[in-house]
Design a protein around this ligand. Structure first.
Ligand code: FCB
Length: 436
């Protein structure tokens, strides 16, 4: 596989999944509370995780050894502002300051995400993403971080995967705060976008460059051509794949979904649409899988349920479908983003890896990654301005509700000893990166 010279090859992580919140002076987040309530596998949490807060230098060495151009990491809001607003924790900013300099010293471009899910508990206590004040709180935080780091960041993303922040966490209940409540979810579906818009505009006004957002998309396939199944898949596509991008690029919400959510919106929501549409400089796409949808027979919104599909699956049961990535890159370019630069900001595979004296053979993951890089390059050949690919993840880490059971790393982590062992997928990427 030949990667074009100007195509960025990167790897990604997120703060709560790797750093260890017991190090430094990190404040509590709603993930700590969600884990304590039993929302995660065996109640596992991010207290220690990969202890990256302590091992960050050797972790950056592993990225450098892999020959990567770029590293996408996130900043932990409660590390910067333990209460979410107000008093800044200097140790938190210092940590990311060292990290960014450490990346630059190794010739790796730093791509920061401001929010990858670790909402300060103090803000969760005030309603979190359901409270319209979240836009103001998030903007204060965004300016605090970028004021210190913005001069050295290659790109800044406001929010990682708004669908997970909102629908997955407030309607499906799988992530913190674990709600299953349509009115709550509806509010968050608007507030998350307003927070993105307000922070983007404030950072732009402060002179920061290369601002974007990271959306996840999942190919939604109807289980059959029965109209009810087709409708279920279409609504799923609307909530998951069209809601956020349509608002950001066209300043409106999909008309097939809006009637179900609007009754729960803040009254002034329409006045906020122009700000939500504030220009961005790039868009990140996270892509992992497709899903199959059938009518759930309830006659109630959202009318559908996911059913098992026939394709090969990861250890999390996610179907492996690289064509979906090519499809979304083409669709984004054609229907929404035009000339806007795109990046695949996450893609990877869960496997129950076994470590032996010979290391970790994860050929299945290496193939998955190669096939998705190929899908990305196919879209690029087709004229889509997709300029890079970030593998998820640098190392095995805290996989949210699945705890430490599901491994996505290209480097194996022994969570008892914190010993890192590069897997064969790391070697494969190292070769690809070297042969450019
Ligand atoms: C994405 C998340 C990331 C990781 C991968 C597997 O949805 O952004 O943190 O959990 O899934």
């Amino acid at each position: 596989m030949k990667i074009p010279n100007d195509f960025v090859m990167g790897v990604a992580t997120a703060a709560y999944q790797i750093e260890g919140t017991s190090f430094g002076k990190c404040g509590p987040s709603h993930w700590d509370s969600f884990a304590a309530k039993g929302g995660t596998f065996q109640g596992q949490n991010g207290d220690i995780a990969c202890a990256h807060y302590e091992h960050w230098q050797s972790d950056l060495d592993l990225i450098q050894q892999g020959g990567f151009d770029a590293y996408r990491f996130s900043v932990a809001w409660p590390r910067i502002l333990a209460d979410g607003t107000g008093q800044v924790t200097p140790e938190g900013l210092d940590f990311y300051d060292r990290l960014v300099d450490g990346l630059l010293a190794r010739g790796i471009a730093p791509h920061a995400t401001l929010y990858h899910w670790d909402l300060p508990q103090a803000l969760a206590d005030h309603g979190g993403w359901e409270n319209p004040d979240i836009a103001k709180w998030f903007t204060e935080y965004a300016l605090t971080v970028t004021d210190r780091l913005g001069d050295r960041l290659e790109s800044i993303a406001t929010i990682n995967e708004p669908w997970c922040v909102t629908w997955l966490s407030h309607f499906l209940g799988h992530h913190a705060p674990g709600k299953t409540d349509l009115p709550a979810a509806s509010k968050t579906m608007h507030n998350v976008l307003y927070a993105h818009g307000l922070a983007t505009q404030a950072m732009r006004d402060a002179g920061h460059k290369n601002l974007g957002i990271v959306l996840n998309m999942e190919y939604a396939q109807p289980a059959s051509d029965k109209p009810a199944d087709v409708k279920a898949a279409q609504l799923y596509d609307g909530i998951y794949n069209r809601w956020f991008i349509e608002a950001i690029t066209k300043g409106r919400y999909p008309s097939d979904v809006l009637p179900y959510l609007e009754p729960h919106f803040p009254t002034s929501w329409q006045d906020q649409m122009p700000l939500i549409q504030t220009p961005i400089d790039w868009l990140g796409l996270n892509y992992y899988t497709r899903s199959i949808h059938a009518d759930d027979g309830t006659g109630q919104f959202p009318f559908g349920k996911s059913v098992a599909g026939p394709l090969n699956k990861t250890s999390m049961g996610w179907e492996i479908y690289p064509d979906g990535l090519e499809y979304f890159l083409n669709r984004l370019h054609k229907d929404y983003t035009g000339d806007l630069p795109l990046f695949v900001t996450e893609n990877g595979m869960a496997l129950h890896d076994q470590i032996s004296a010979n290391g970790v053979d994860d050929t299945t993951r290496a193939t998955y990654i190669q096939n998705h890089i190929q899908a990305t390059l196919n879209a690029r050949k087709n004229g889509v301005p997709v300029n890079g690919y970030f593998a998820w993840s640098v190392m095995d880490n805290f996989e949210w509700a699945f705890g430490y059971e599901e491994r996505f790393g290209i480097v194996h982590v022994d969570f008892e000893t914190q010993i890192r062992t590069p897997k064969s997928s790391h070697k494969m990427l190292q070769e690809i990166n070297k042969n450019r």
